[in-house]
Design a binder for this molecule. Structure first.
Ligand code: OTD
Ligand code: ZN
Ligand code: ZN
Length: 351
């Protein structure tokens, strides 16, 4: 049995870092594992301008542990009124790496999102010309659609027409959760469509939310799906395909806001994400394809250079804590903390 895995330092292509005290608490966990991260713009208020993204990047850099070379890759939150000139200035000025499409109301802090694709047609046209990736939260917001079908309906009603309308636009379908999305992205041969996959959607199906009672710490959006969906995600993630790569969607919320009558969506996986992914590749007998998923396919899609240095994980009990303290008696529950994983990140060099 393989006891140790070393790979080029990976990147996280979908991360929520928040702001202020929460940012300072959660950032070191991602920095430990990843060289870069695509940072989501769903702050309150959202990051919609070059100036706001530059200021947020500065706050992230200020919060870094000393000596860290971690690079936050900033995104712009698209609204109905987004100015195409702001997008091109941000991309050409090396502030925006990508722009994020939240259908209005689809997920946490998405109320300022896009109400119809034609509202951002000029923006998408500019992004297509620039080669700037569009990152999509792919769920229908039609209230008549069953919550478990929102992603599949989005593919048919919104994504397919969008891809036809903008045939050269680079698109990442974020945090895919269904067999339909896995097969759809897998079938695309153009190289301009890719998907990120979270650790929770590879490790759990929707039963996890209801085992012995209601489990708010397994609640995220898009919600966990059926076992056949999980199986399809594992197949494409471990296939070595360049179209699927790592994006944790680590989304911290203070415990009290999740263990509530109307609990927040989001799973805080930053402390254990890399080990959680590795356990999937281990179970699928695909350890030799882990580096493609974690360190190569994403950065190739984004046209980024390979990271310097490596990380090493060994087969031993993971000692990540069950929860992380926020001060004032508050805390964040950690995904698969407290010994639930049997891989541990042991070393990270920056040679
Ligand atoms: N999903 N929670 C959050 C974002 C994501 O859709 C997402 O990207 C969040 O809390 O920001 C969640 O469940
Ligand atoms: Zn999302
Ligand atoms: Zn997210």
């Amino acid at each position: 049995m393989v006891q140790s895995v070393t790979l080029r330092r990976p990147d996280d292509f979908h991360l929520h870092l928040r702001d202020d005290a929460m940012l300072r608490t959660v950032l070191p966990y991602s920095v430990r594992q990843f060289g870069r991260a695509v940072v989501m713009p769903n702050l309150k208020p959202p990051v919609t301008t070059v100036a706001a993204a530059r200021a947020y990047r500065e706050r992230i850099l200020q919060a870094l542990p000393s000596g860290s070379t971690f690079e936050p890759l900033m995104t712009c939150y698209l609204c109905d009124g987004t100015d195409p000139a702001e997008i091109s200035a941000g991309f050409e000025g090396h502030v925006f790496t990508a722009a994020k499409l939240y259908p209005a109301g689809a997920t946490t802090h998405s109320e300022y999102g896009v109400t119809a694709i034609d509202k951002i047609a000029k923006v998408l046209d500019v992004m297509q010309k620039l080669g700037m990736p569009l990152l999509i939260h792919g769920e229908s917001t039609d209230p008549g659609i069953d919550v478990f079908d929102k992603e599949a309906v989005f593919l048919d009603r919104t994504l397919k027409p969008l891809l036809e309308m903008f045939p050269a636009l680079k698109v990442v379908l974020e945090h895919i959760t269904t067999e339909q999305a896995a097969n759809f992205v897998d079938a695309d041969t153009s190289g301009r469509l890719a998907a990120t996959i979270t650790p929770q959607h590879l490790l759990f199906n929707r039963n996890a939310m209801f085992t012995g009672g209601l489990r708010p710490h397994y609640y995220c959006l898009p919600v966990l799906k059926r076992e056949q969906d999980r199986t399809a995600l594992r197949r494409v993630a471990t296939s070595g395909s360049r179209s699927f790569f790592l994006g944790t969607d680590s989304a911290p919320h203070e415990r009290g806001t999740k263990e509530a009558a109307c609990g927040c969506a989001g799973i805080f996986s930053a402390p254990t994400a890399l080990e959680a992914y590795l356990s999937v590749f281990d179970e699928e007998h695909a350890l030799e394809r882990f580096e493609a998923f974690a360190s190569e396919s994403g950065r190739l899609f984004y046209d980024l250079p390979p990271n310097e240095g490596t990380v090493t994980l060994t087969r031993e009990r993971n000692d990540a804590p069950r929860s992380v303290a926020l001060g004032d008696g508050k805390s964040i529950e950690t995904f698969m903390g407290d010994g639930e994983l049997s891989w541990r990140l042991v070393d990270h060099s920056s040679t």
